[in-house]
Design a protein around this ligand. Structure first.
Ligand code: SAH
Length: 243
């Protein structure tokens, strides 16, 4: 009989930010298939004889194709194992968790989702930035900075006009372009903004700067992926931490 796959969110980085349900799954796992952004400390929570499969390694800088990851999950479940698919943050926020769930269902394998704290909200919180605030932002928008097949999936004109907090994931390689595009479409260059790198990890770092200077400041400070780009008035509250 086939085993089952749990799609588990590992949280933004600090191993204590996984849920109790996620931890319970890890304790009972026969196999854990994990990503690059998962804190390795969490793997120690799996039983000693658990099979650990790293699908985040980038051999030749090419990510492991999604189809191959889907096949690994199906194969492991068909061996009758309890499989934990451990993903950074929340499994359904830009982690292709939806595609994995679809593939499992199509293969007739039972799949259960254990949500996680997404870096887009929890990572910001660990940097002292509230994603909403009655006085500053009554909505937030989480977008990917990643191009799909070389094409930009967003309507920047629309994004530049939103008043809410804009949180951009996977955007560091295009930071300068993103800031310029928002300004070109009308977002003010003096809008408070931030880049938070390695949020919730001991080595977390943050740069606060107006949108027009964010890219330069972040580059000067040596910030790179994995980072959150945050644009909006709420970032000015991060300063409260150091008062
Ligand atoms: N499912 C994940 C996101 C996967 S996309 C989630 O819910 O958080 C990967 C992107 O998430 C990274 O490129 C980065 O932009 C962001 N990210 C994830 N963990 C992060 C962290 N600890 N600090 C800063 N950014 C992080």
């Amino acid at each position: 009989m086939s085993g089952k796959v749990w799609l588990v969110g590992a949280g933004p980085g600090d191993p204590k930010l996984i849920t109790l349900m996620g931890m319970e799954c890890l304790h009972q796992a026969d196999a854990v298939v994990y990503d690059r952004l998962v804190n390795p400390l969490l793997l120690a929570q799996a039983p000693a004889d658990c099979v650990l499969i790293d699908v985040g390694k980038r051999a030749d800088h090419h990510p492991i194709p999604q189809e191959q990851i889907n096949s690994i999950l199906i194969e492991q479940a068909r061996l009758g194992r309890n499989v934990v698919r451990l993903k950074g943050g929340d499994p359904f926020v830009f982690g292709r968790g939806g595609e994995e769930a679809e593939a499992l269902v199509r293969a007739g394998i039972t799949c259960e989702v254990v949500p996680g704290i997404t870096s887009a909200i929890g990572g910001l919180a660990r940097a002292g930035i509230p994603v909403t605030h009655r006085d500053f932002a009554s909505s937030f928008h989480v977008i990917t900075g990643h191009l799909r097949e070389g094409k930009d999936p967003h309507n920047w004109q629309l994004l530049a006009q939103l008043d809410g907090t804009l949180v951009i994931l996977m955007g560091m390689s295009r930071l300068a372009e993103i800031c310029q595009t928002l300004i070109a479409h009308g977002r003010r260059a003096d809008t408070p903004a931030a880049v938070v790198m390695n949020a919730s990890h001991p080595e977390q770092r943050m740069v606060l700067a107006p949108l027009g200077e964010l890219s330069e400041q972040a580059t000067l400070a040596g910030l790179s992926a994995p980072s959150l780009i945050v644009i909006g008035e709420v970032t000015s509250l991060a300063l409260l931490q150091s008062l």
